[in-house]
Design a protein around this ligand. Structure first.
Ligand code: NAD
Ligand code: UDP
Length: 349
């Protein structure tokens, strides 16, 4: 096993708590570790936590995360970045941990399945050991993939799932299931305070244009006037949550009583076929792209929709942003990003 990293990984403390006015008198500014903080969800979470007055350490190996996503956060003195792989142990003094480190897009997590499994399992183990040592509350970004190709619809937390243990999605699905097991065993054995959310398909700004997930693929294809690639006949369904709603849910989950561990579903219950999504994107971008049909990937779930009653009861959470509004914001983001990239290419030429 690699040696634990020294405490000097902790960011400089001199500027800490320099602008904590948004913290109310009943709250305390905390040192918060966000693993996967340069990724799509992690970068939004880091920004939220900084704006709430906390000190944030973004830990990332930059495998799918982008420096661009966190560039603007460097203006906060309470923000620091540690380049590190969660597969290796880390020693750092923190009050809270959000574990988001893991590629989430099927092409990315399938590119190196062994690394994905190690990230899910060893990453969870290393961070739980850190939580046990420091007494930090720890949050796990689990997934609707826990339910696999579900035989129960909509999916409730009590459903155990229908997961293939050796298909192309297994490194992720089984890795995330094993991580949940580790979280509960650390909770039972070592009294670690755990918070597990099962995230359903979420989209928004800060996704990579080459992320490979359906919303970013369709928007980028539509903006570039390329064919829109529907896998299968497009009748499979997904429920799409806008990122701002999801981050609200993360914060509300982290603020629950210690006795509430989850797992709790977070997602938007509005359910759409992939063909309907393609039609919406074409309409909202005004694109002349055509839809083309490619083979359906192995083990692609047929339908997915969260039952969010538990999140409503325990967190008082429900998503507010309808698909058309969230798509417009995401289209705007990709439009600007593609223009920036075109400008950079023109400058090089
Ligand atoms: P993402 O790929 O944009 O972000 C993942 C981040 O983790 C990246 O910054 C990446 O560089 C980093 N990372 C990957 N492996 C790492 C490792 N071994 N060590 C350190 N850093 C590592 O994906 P995302 O959509 O932001 O997903 C974030 C988390 O949420 C993931 O754990 C994912 O499983 C979970 N999740 C996301 C969704 C969704 O719809 N976005 C759905 C379900 C679950
Ligand atoms: N999909 C598609 N075209 C694409 C990318 C994805 O039709 O260019 C489909 C994919 O087969 C799946 C759905 O869209 O049925 C959601 O895929 P995504 O990779 O976004 O997430 P996940 O399958 O993990 O829910």
């Amino acid at each position: 096993m690699k040696r634990m990293r020294p405490i000097q990984n902790r960011p400089s403390i001199n500027a800490v708590f320099s602008d904590v006015r948004v913290i109310s008198s009943t709250q305390r500014a905390r040192h918060i570790l966000v693993t996967g903080g340069a990724g799509f969800l992690g970068s939004h979470l880091c920004e939220r936590l900084l704006k709430a007055g906390h000190t944030v350490i973004c830990l990332d190996n930059f495998s799918t995360g982008l420096e661009r996503n966190i560039r603007h956060l460097r203006n906060f003195e309470r923000f620091s970045v540690v380049k590190h792989d969660v597969v290796d142990p880390i020693n750092i003094e923190v009050d809270e941990i959000y574990n988001l480190a893991c590629p989430a897009s099927p092409p990315h997590y399938q590119a190196d399945p062994v690394q994905t499994m190690k990230t899910c399992v060893l990453g969870a183990l290393n961070l739980l050991e850190l939580a046990a040592r420091t007494g930090a509350r720890i949050f796990q970004a689990s997934t609707s993939e826990i339910y696999g190709d579900p035989l129960v619809h909509p999916q409730v937390e009590g459903y155990w799932g229908n997961v293939n243990s050796f298909g192309p999605r297994s490194c992720y699905d089984e890795g995330k299931r094993c991580a949940e097991t580790l979280f509960f065993d650390f909770h039972k054995k070592h009294h670690v305070e755990i918070k597990i959310v099962r995230i359903f398909n979420t989209y928004g700004p800060n996704m990579r244009p080459d992320d490979g997930r359906v919303v970013s693929n369709f928007i980028v294809q539509a903006l570039k006037g390329q064919d829109i690639t529907i896998y299968g006949d497009g009748s499979q369904t997904r429920s799409f949550c806008f990122v701002n709603d999801l981050i609200d849910g993360f914060q509300q989950m982290m603020a629950t009583e210690p006795s509430f561990t989850g797992p709790v579903n977070l997602g938007n219950p509005g359910e759409f076929t992939i063909l309907e999504l393609a039609q919406q994107v074409i309409k909202l971008t005004g694109s002349r792209s055509k839809t083309i049909y490619n083979p359906l990937p192995t083990d692609d779930p047929r339908q997915r929709r969260p039952d969010i009653s538990l999140a409503g009861q325990e967190l008082g959470w429900q998503p507010k942003i309808p698909l058309a509004i969230g798509l417009e914001k995401t289209i705007h983001y990709f439009d600007r990003l593609l223009a920036e990239q075109a400008h950079e290419l023109a400058e090089i030429a």
